[in-house]
Design a binder for this molecule. Structure first.
Ligand code: IMP
Ligand code: MG
Length: 195
């Protein structure tokens, strides 16, 4: 499938100052990740776990790039207080439906920045005694990392800037852009367009 050209996204595309990774580059990389996962997890019936909502686009593409039997499940989180959020502590507002015990679990993430949220969630999942627990991330922003997390699969490394597209939002917008880009400074400064 080839997505509409950048200009077709009108006002959303106008807000993007620079495209960092094109839709085609993302598609190619997701195919490579799918190939590697299919190879490594053949006969393991892996369970791909993601956090709503940012990961849904990557998850949908990655699942279709995997050619061996695979299952998927989602959880949803919300932060308690700004303080606890800064420590990565989150509240599960929707838990997984599939038990993890004895399963080969691959945690799929759209982006890792400080790593705090992911580290907390991995701890929660590890307590459920999966047979294995690995991480696949589409965008890695290593500059602000506070906790080292082994990443078995990584799509792209990005600089320390706020990016949107391919599931990543700014006040819930831009998730639908098939490419990833930097917002113009004036758009970031303006904040929530709904308020
Ligand atoms: P961490 O705990 O700092 O690794 O934060 C990860 C979460 O912050 C991600 O799951 C995203 O929801 C959000 N996030 C981090 N960087 C970006 C970005 O550049 N654009 C949009 N969301 C981001
Ligand atoms: Mg996320």
């Amino acid at each position: 499938m080839s997505w509409p050209p950048v200009e077709a996204y009108g006002e959303l595309a106008d807000d993007v100052g620079r495209v960092l990774i094109t839709a085609e580059q993302i598609q190619d990389r997701v195919l490579e990740l799918g190939r590697a996962i299919s190879h490594d997890y053949a006969d393991k019936n892996p369970l791909l776990v993601g956090v709503l909502k940012g990961v849904v686009i990557f998850m949908a593409d990655l699942l279709r790039a995997i050619t061996v039997p695979v299952e998927t499940d989602f959880l949803a989180i919300s932060s308690y207080t700004p303080d606890l959020r800064d420590q990565g502590v989150v509240r599960l507002v929707k838990d997984l439906e599939i038990p993890l015990t004895g399963r080969h679990v691959l945690f799929v993430e759209d982006v890792i920045d400080t790593g705090l949220t992911l580290s907390y969630l991995l701890g929660t999942l590890r307590a459920r005694q999966p047979a294995s627990l690995e991480v696949c991330v589409l965008f890695d922003k290593p500059d602000r990392r506070l906790i080292e997390i082994p990443l078995k699969y990584r799509g792209f490394q990005l600089p320390d800037s706020y990016v949107v597209g391919c599931g990543l939002d700014f006040h819930e917008r831009y998730r639908n852009l098939p490419f990833v880009g930097l917002l113009k400074p004036e758009v970031l400064d303006a904040g929530d367009p709904a308020s």
